[in-house]
Write a protein that binds this ligand. Structure first.
Ligand SMILES: Cc1ncc(COP(=O)(O)O)c(C=O)c1O
Length: 436
């Protein structure tokens, strides 16, 4: 095998620079919660491949399921029907919220968003407006890029994108320092869409509202739930005006927040749900899903995919769902989440953004999130860069997010041991004490 330097030289020579990298080491292998470099140096992975590897890297039972499937068949495409594909659609119907029971498989989150846009166009003829939330990330295809507002650099070279995309603020009640502030903020938030409807976007022209129940790239920010249920508010508005409600659960879905889908925390069922990332825990699989009567409005041939929902990805997803149920992973996620919040509250009193008192308690870090989708907010992006680099020097991998890069996101695999979580947090806490 070549050494690291030789690989990095070839990387720069032959790969597109468009795809940025965060850490410049070459991974030889990955297993459980660790990635190993070419010299077998281990790195604790608190990114899980950007919130993908729900059961850690290369879970042996998933590897076995993939191997067995590969021996039976790797790819047939839509030339025929195949069991793994049908079994997975059935299994998803059993865990998706409410009456969502019909799935279209594709290869990624962006494709899921694009496919959903086509479905919406079929379902809502004559309604040419969409509403998205500022800070959202829905993917990199042109359709998904048009819906994405998490960073201007993602859109910079590509305007004009599809027309009719209207942006409203994602309500960040965590920015409020006191209970009173939060209450008045919530009144304002309710008025925002109504003002948009009254001033420049007639509600009967809106086809769909898109939201990530927990904003991912935009800052690991759950939609408000404590004082007012924002998703319920959207559901009511959508029902009133005949608008479709789309939850992008690409990052927040598949057990990441301690429920199969984050919408369950809010008790709200969308019309359309997007999935990818954790759906097959590391293999390229995406999906959009809706009620059968809506999905059946999409005539045969109106959408398609050569690879989407191929047998290997579907087998991996089926095995993952089986293990999550068998090993009670949803409970484990909630326990680990509570552990992380308590850890920070002990080290940095006042850090829990979900708990407000009448007066502000200063903390160098503010912690918010659902399940194992936890955001650590700092005063600036410079601080998070230093924390990320310090952690890297101690062989712990964490990623920043948010428009200003001032959030560290914790998205470990859902089965990371308490000892490893503590090891990662201890290093982050050391960095906070050094740099804040
Ligand atoms: C919420 C959300 N939607 C869509 C996407 C796009 O997914 P993909 O990169 O698989 O196209 C992402 C990726 O980060 C995401 O977080």
């Amino acid at each position: 095998m070549r050494d690291e330097q030789a690989y990095l030289i070839s990387d720069a020579e032959y790969l597109s620079p468009a795809l940025g990298r965060v850490f410049h080491f070459v991974a030889k292998r990955a297993s459980g919660s660790y990635i190993y470099d070419l010299n077998e140096k281990p790195y604790l992975d608190m990114t899980s491949g950007i919130a993908v590897n729900q059961l850690g890297h290369s879970h042996p039972e998933v590897v076995e399921a993939i191997t067995k499937q590969a021996q039976e068949s790797i790819h047939t495409s839509c030339v025929v029907h195949y069991p793994a594909n049908i079994e997975l659609a059935e299994a998803l119907a059993g865990i998706m919220p409410g009456d969502i029971n019909s799935t279209f498989f594709c290869n990624s989150g962006a494709e899921a968003a694009d496919g959903a846009l086509k479905l919406i166009k079929i379902l809502q003829p004559g309604r040419n407006n969409f509403i998205v939330h500022r800070g959202s990330f829905h993917g990199r295809t042109l359709g998904a890029t048009a819906l994405t507002t998490s960073k201007a650099s993602y859109r910079k070279y590509f305007d004009p994108l599809i027309p009719g995309v209207n942006v409203i603020n994602f309500p960040n009640t965590f920015a409020c320092k006191t209970i009173d502030e939060r209450r008045s903020f919530e009144n304002q938030m309710h008025k925002e869409i109504e003002l948009m409807f009254a001033t420049h976007v007639a509600p009967e022209s809106v086809a769909a509202i898109f939201i990530e129940p927990v904003l991912g790239e935009g800052g690991y920010l759950p939609a408000p739930i404590e004082y007012v249920n924002y998703l319920k508010h959207l559901r009511t508005l959508c029902d009133k005006h005949g608008i479709l409600l789309v939850f992008d659960e690409v990052q927040s879905g598949m057990a990441r927040t301690g429920k199969w889908f984050a919408s369950e925390h809010y008790g709200v069922v969308p019309d359309i749900q997007l999935m990818a990332k954790g759906l097959s825990g590391g293999l390229p699989l995406g999906a959009f899903a809706t009620r059968k009567e809506l999905m059946y409005k999409m005539p045969p041939g109106s959408h398609g995919s050569t690879y989407g929902g191929n047998p290997i990805c579907c087998r991996a997803a089926l095995k993952m769902i089986e293990i999550i149920k068998r090993d009670k992973v949803l409970d484990k996620v909630l326990d680990s989440s509570e552990y992380i919040f308590k850890y920070f509250e002990n080290k940095f009193p006042g850090s829990n953004s979900h708990k407000l008192s009448d007066t502000e308690i200063h903390s160098p870090v503010k912690v918010r999130g659902l399940g194992l989708m936890i955001g650590l907010e700092f005063a600036s992006g410079e601080i998070t860069t230093k924390i990320k680099e310090y952690a890297y020097s101690k062989q712990v991998l964490v990623l920043p997010c948010g428009a200003y890069g001032n959030i560290i996101r914790l998205a470990p695999d859902l089965t990371m041991s308490e000892a490893d979580i503590q090891k990662g947090l201890d290093i982050i806490a050391e960095a906070i004490k050094l740099y804040c």
